[in-house]
Design a protein around this ligand. Structure first.
Ligand code: TXA
Ligand code: MG
Length: 329
């Protein structure tokens, strides 16, 4: 049964935001940990609750496209096109920031990350927060994923409560997040379109709307061992294993307590292995990924082996998260 917060729960959560408190809320990607983006003291509570370095910029969530010019100083035609095509939805645009956007949400940069999320509960909250002015006030909710810094993003309200508990003033329960991985981030602030984080919306889809290629960030080109900051990571060491190598790796690790996440059925006769079968289809795979990793992490195994998904372009978002979670990349 999908959960739906009542109008009075939404109104209470909006009041908490206005008073400078923290509200965790569902989006279509992952749960966010929200604070009033125009209130530096409220935003500081996000960093404290997450244990996150202060210089990391946050995404500002808007309830209404009319708010965009209040947060972004320059809105190129490409931004209008992408907003029309994908908002509300799992896309974050990096734009030149407007005067008055606090340094605490931009990490002191001259740009700001903005998105209109596609979850009805998120939109209700953002619109209630914007209040009687009909969404024309300088209102936005800064929200990183509602997890401790470096850990797996939450895709249920239960994940948020388990990880952040009393640090949050309210948790709105909107059920499981449909997409399951964080939004695609595209930087439009420098006269080009650059993919900063892959997600469900692919560079090909963006290029089709813009009529121009989306550039990959230079840093993402060579994936050398140890070069990636560990992120989205379980506590148990996780290894990403090509499908063809999985049997040999399992044989090599015999005697260890292992968890496996694979798109194949468990082979018969396996002992001491917790085998989690993942969906074969991309959307379902992404939807379940973080919940599966949390479940396997909680088993206290010696290692989690994840069968590498296809290398096809539309799997880039999933593969990016798995590589960051893996110890062997
Ligand atoms: O799907 C999502 O985007 C989720 C939901 C809650 O909306 N949010 C999320 O936030 O993933 P967070 O803080 O976990 O990741 C935000 C990413 C970070 O990698 C940050 O560096 C980048 O967005 N970012 C934010 N503002 C930026 C800016 N001005 N320039 C470059 N990167 C920025
Ligand atoms: Mg995050």
């Amino acid at each position: 049964m999908p959960s739906t917060p009542t109008p009075s729960e939404i109104a209470r959560a909006a009041a908490i935001l206005r008073a400078g408190g923290l509200v965790a809320f569902p989006t279509e990607t992952v749960y966010g940990l929200g604070a009033d983006a125009s209130n530096p003291a409220a935003v500081a509570k996000i960093f404290a609750a997450k244990g996150r370095p202060q210089d990391h910029p946050l995404i500002v969530h808007l309830g209404n496209i009319d708010l965009l010019p209040l947060w972004a100083a320059e809105i190129p035609a490409a931004a209008h096109k992408l907003a029309a095509a994908f908002w509300p939805g799992p896309l974050t645009l990096i734009l030149k920031r407007a005067a008055g956007v606090p340094d605490c949400v931009t990490g002191g940069q001259d740009t700001v990350g903005l998105r209109i999320p596609g979850h009805p509960v998120a939109l209700e909250l953002l619109q209630a927060f914007a209040g009687a002015e009909g969404g024309r006030s300088f209102s936005g909710v800064a929200a990183p994923s509602a997890n401790r810094f470096g850990r797996i993003s939450p895709t249920t309200a239960g994940h948020v409560r388990a990880e952040l508990g009393p640090a949050v003033d309210a948790v709105l329960d909107g059920g499981e997040c449909a997409v399951g991985i964080e939004s695609t981030i595209v930087d439009l602030s420098r006269g080009r379109a650059v993919l900063l984080r892959p997600g469900q919306i692919t560079p090909a889809q963006i290029a089709a709307v813009l009529g121009l290629e989306v550039q990959q960030p230079d840093a993402a080109a060579p994936r050398v061992s140890g070069a990636l900051a560990s992120h989205y990571a379980p506590r148990t060491r996780l290894y990403l294993v090509p499908a063809a190598e999985l049997p040999a790796q399992l044989a090599r690790l015999r005697g260890k307590k292992l968890a496996v996440l694979a798109r194949a059925e468990a082979p018969s006769g396996l002992k001491d292995i917790s085998w989690q079968e993942a969906p074969r289809a991309l959307a379902a795979y992404a939807h379940e990924l973080y919940a599966s990793l949390r479940r396997l992490d909680d088993l206290g195994c010696d290692a989690i082996l994840v069968e590498a998904p296809p290398a096809a372009p539309e799997w880039q978002g999933v593969n990016d998260r798995l590589m960051r979670a893996a110890s062997n990349y």
